[in-house]
Ligand binder design. Sequence first.
Ligand code: PRP
Length: 189
Amino acid sequence: MVELSDQKIKDVIHVGNEKFVPLITKEQIEKRVKELGEEISRDYKGKLPIFIGILNGSFIFMSDLIKNISINCEIDFFKLSSYGEQKISSGKVKLLKELNADINDRHIIIVEDIVDSGLSIDYIEKLISNFTPASMKVVSLLVKPNSLKYNVEINYIGFEIPDKFVIGYGLDYAQKYRNLNSIYVLSEE
Ligand code: PRP
């Protein structure tokens, strides 16, 4: 579990009356993404996996992750939305983009930026159950273990984080701040 107290506060981002402080640095992200890439490359040696990013949030992690994959692979994307402009999930998932690839008989790796309640992954698992992939695993850069409400298995986890709202490195607040290269957490001070 990443604790805020472990980090040196270098920078603060103000959004209206709210304040976001650093939680995971660019360097920590780079190191962990490299490790995940190496682990997945070892596990899928001799196979041709297809990485399926869940847009929008996963786009930066997906990009960095596959640059650390040393075996042949393919990519595709689903686009989902559940949070809208809010910090709390609407509880309803909308499918905004289908896959282009045929995933039957393929080894698929779902790529998420964050698993919060698990609703999105649960939805994806149900969608995928209409197909017959050779295997399916999930990699998520961030997981909030204390927020999980759905019984989903995350096979590769970058960081476990507290149940607090985070932005940066693909994660948004009302669509903004995805471009930050570190991850920031809403301060309760
Ligand atoms: C975010 C994130 C995950 C999902 C995680 O997506 O990218 O897909 O929420 O939360 P959950 O485990 O409670 O489902 P969001 O709906 O905010 O859309 P975005 O990816 O476009 O930011």
